[in-house]
Design a protein around this ligand. Sequence first.
Ligand SMILES: [Zn+2]
Ligand SMILES: [Zn+2]
Length: 264
Amino acid sequence: MYDYHVHSSFSSDCDADMKDMIKKAIDMKLKEICFTDHIDYDYCDPSISFDFDLNEYTEYLNEMRKMYGEKIKILKGVEMGIQPHIIERCKNFINNGDFDFVIASLHTCEKKDLYTGDFFVGKTPKEAYQKYLEELLYCVKHFDTFNVVGHLNILIRYNDEVAKEKIEDYFDILEEILKTLINKNKGFEINTSGFRYSLNDLMPTYSVLKFYKELGGQILTLGSDSHIPNTLCQRFDYVYDVLKDIGFKYITTFEKMEPKFIKI
Ligand SMILES: [Zn+2]
Ligand SMILES: [Zn+2]
């Protein structure tokens, strides 16, 4: 298996040492683990800094590769928090980072936090969903230095009313987002962290995966969004079943930002 969304103590919301993540991954016989620690520039909550020292990150990762590289392939990634006004800054950081893989994630919308719920205040569920997808569309149109969009419909993780909305009602704008990704040779991840929240489903869900397939989309990575070793590759068997059912034959891995297709 290939887990392409894994955090370590380089993320401010994670205490797990890379070493412990890797040891668990080796026990589980993963072929590849890609660390995607958080960078969120200009985050709306100034009390938390989602940032890490790139040199320290690279050094420690290389040390891990020396120690465990024969047992598992360790990839250097980042989960980049994207906002329309910081696109240039993100691009510069990534261009100097020598990354294997970049996830572009929206953790905020209109400069307001999704996690704390600030963004949802004063909006109907429909307005919130629409606004979120508009900002995502803007970002995928104007930002190029990434490989996949992270947890595509994450906003449902943080608001129960919005979670009741049917994503099919937003397929017009979603079509634009997916077509933009396909044209840029990018994709999105299937994030299984919803199984740790009340969602109990994939992000994004079956209908979006099917829609993506119909539009010709091919690039898909799998990510558990683990912050502890025990959730690595959570429910990946189920994801494979879903993908096969829809007709996908491959999942995607990355090295030096170049996609590779792995038969499932
Ligand atoms: Zn995220
Ligand atoms: Zn994450």
